[in-house]
Write a protein of this length. Structure first.
Length: 184
């Protein structure tokens, strides 16, 4: 099958914009020829995720209340990185801000689109190794709990549905495979 865009955009209007996202409404002709609207969320940052992994195969999770979910969430350290900057530099900053950890070794393990039916957000996930503990300095909007635990326990939290954040799920599943294959 050819990879041709079957959507026709008639016109587009910016509906909303802030420092992190923009929302555009498109008047379209859909692939079956019908008229419709399509809302698109444009992210102004990369989504960055970091799975810290020490020599004993411990990792760190960050817990916080997620406003859109109206629920508490355990996740790998995550944050945003400006599109015009190096994603790895953003990952280093986020890891230190949220956990106090710095790392001497970085491995990119995954790139993924988080909700490609309505958004162009690109996530980049790293494993951080060679960890050195320092002081965390979360942003003023973050009230975080940081938890060090065995990697296998974090993996079981995914299996049991206790971790539902998509970047965290992807990172922990991918790392499990890499560990089983002896690549980490």
């Amino acid at each position: 099958m050819e990879e041709i865009n079957p959507w026709i955009t008639i016109e587009s209007h910016k509906i909303y914009e802030n420092n992190w996202i923009g929302l555009t409404e498109h008047q379209v002709i859909n692939p079956s020829g019908g008229k419709g609207i399509y809302g698109e969320v444009h992210f102004k940052n990369y989504a960055i995720g970091i799975l810290p992994l020490d020599e004993e195969h411990n990792t760190w999770l960050v817990g916080q209340y997620r406003f859109p979910l109206k629920a508490y969430s355990w996740e790998i350290p995550e944050g945003g990185g400006p599109l015009e900057s190096d994603p790895l530099e953003s990952a280093k900053r986020e890891l230190e801000e949220e956990t106090g950890l710095t790392a001497t070794e970085w491995i990119e393990i995954q790139r993924m689109h988080l909700s490609n039916s309505v958004s162009n957000e690109l996530a980049i996930i790293y494993i951080a190794k060679g960890l050195i503990q320092g002081e965390a300095a979360p942003e003023e909007t973050e009230e975080l709990s940081v938890r060090k635990l065995p990697f296998e326990e974090a993996y079981q939290m995914v299996v049991n549905g206790q971790i539902t954040d998509s970047m965290s799920v992807a990172a922990l599943l991918r790392a499990k495979i890499l560990l089983q294959e002896g690549h980490l």
